[in-house]
Design a binder for this molecule. Structure first.
Ligand code: CP
Ligand code: NVA
Length: 334
């Protein structure tokens, strides 16, 4: 793959299929080294900042553990304790962090913020989730799909739910880049933005990917290798949208019936966290208000043999390790 040394990782559209494939292969190699207890301090002595303007379990832990395994020192800045955006502009913050750190992870709101951080800090910046994109998640998802199905090319991934947000967008871009068959399944108003769709169609014309937008769930999932879903209301969205989302997206909940229509080969994936039972505060609140005991996926599917969500979660760490190592090293394990 072309070297990513010195480069940021802001969105998958910026990478070639070979670069994405190279990161997935490097992640698989790092995973093997980790399992075999082989040290891999590829980035010894680097300091990195982890800036989180939204909460996180997986992404934060993945960056911290990966940083430690690579021999780096991570500094976590939580959603409340930095000056960023409130008392200090993004360009000023970026120039300060760029003087102290070798790399910066950012999770927050608009994509333009992470792009601006990269422009002004002059060090590699990694997108840990914006409203528009969640590219490190897609690498983990694709490593997981490769582990189960051997290849990515031609595999059919159906995304159910709000396909206009970070997960729907990023999966569409990733599938287009890797020659996969992507289906967004939702009511029309939840289909991805036309400009992004057009950009992905151009990519698809080169890679052989197929992109479809289908409103009927049973038509959409037939023959799917993966049914993927995400929360109906994302971080940072106002609580008022819950009612409309529940009304609009309940027909798109991933159920056992839908999995059966897809076929025996089909796996269930979710970036997590997921609302599949009443063991969360939000889950209980929604139950009290709307009387539903699960949202985007039933507990039956979440806990089923077809569900590979925890493999996916583990792979966040291995893939984020590859992303950081790629920004700092001339070559990666293969
Ligand atoms: N999937 C994901 O990004 O999880 P966190 O919000 O816990 O980081
Ligand atoms: N769409 C979700 C993804 C969480 C990983 C959110 O932005 O909250």
């Amino acid at each position: 793959m072309n070297s990513l040394k010195g480069k940021s990782f802001l969105k998958l559209l910026d990478l070639t299929p070979a670069q994405i494939g190279g990161l997935i292969d490097a992640a698989a190699a790092f995973k093997k080294m980790k399992k075999e207890g082989i040290p891999h301090k590829y980035c010894e002595g680097k300091n990195i900042a982890l800036v989180f303007e939204k909460t996180s379990t997986r992404t934060r832990c993945a960056f911290e553990v990966a940083a430690a395994d690579l021999g780096m020192h991570p500094v976590y800045l939580d959603p409340k304790s930095s000056q960023m955006g409130k008392k200090e502009s993004i360009p000023d913050t970026a120039r300060v962090l760029g003087r102290m750190f070798d790399g910066i992870e950012y999770r927050g709101y608009g994509q333009e913020i992470v792009e601006e951080l990269a422009e002004y800090s002059k060090v590699p910046v990694w997108n840990g989730l914006t409203n528009e994109f969640h590219p490190t998640q897609i690498l983990a998802d694709f490593l997981t799909i490769k582990e189960y199905f051997g290849t990515l090319s031609g595999k059919k991934l159906v995304y159910m739910g709000d396909a206009r947000y970070n997960m729907g967008n990023s999966l569409m871009v990733g599938c287009a880049k890797m020659g996969m068959h992507f289906v967004a399944c939702a009511p029309k108003k939840y289909f991805p933005d036309k400009t992004l769709v057009d950009e992905c169609l151009k990519v698809a014309a080169e890679t052989g990917a197929v992109l479809e937008f289908i409103e009927d769930p049973e038509t959409a999932v037939k023959g799917a290798h993966v049914i993927y879903t995400d929360v109906w209301v994302s971080m940072g969205e106002p609580a008022e949208v819950w009612k409309e989302r529940i009304d609009d997206l309940t027909p798109y909940r991933v159920t056992k019936k839908l999995l059966d229509v897809a076929g025996n080969q089909c796996k269930f994936m979710h970036c997590l966290p997921a609302f599949h039972d009443l063991k969360t505060e939000t889950g209980k609140e929604i139950f009290d208000k709307f009387g539903i005991d699960c949202m985007e996926v039933t507990d039956e599917v979440f806990e089923s043999e077809a569900s590979i969500v925890f493999d996916e979660a583990e792979n966040r760490m291995h893939t984020i390790k590859a992303v950081m190592a790629a920004s700092f090293c001339d070559s990666l394990p293969e």
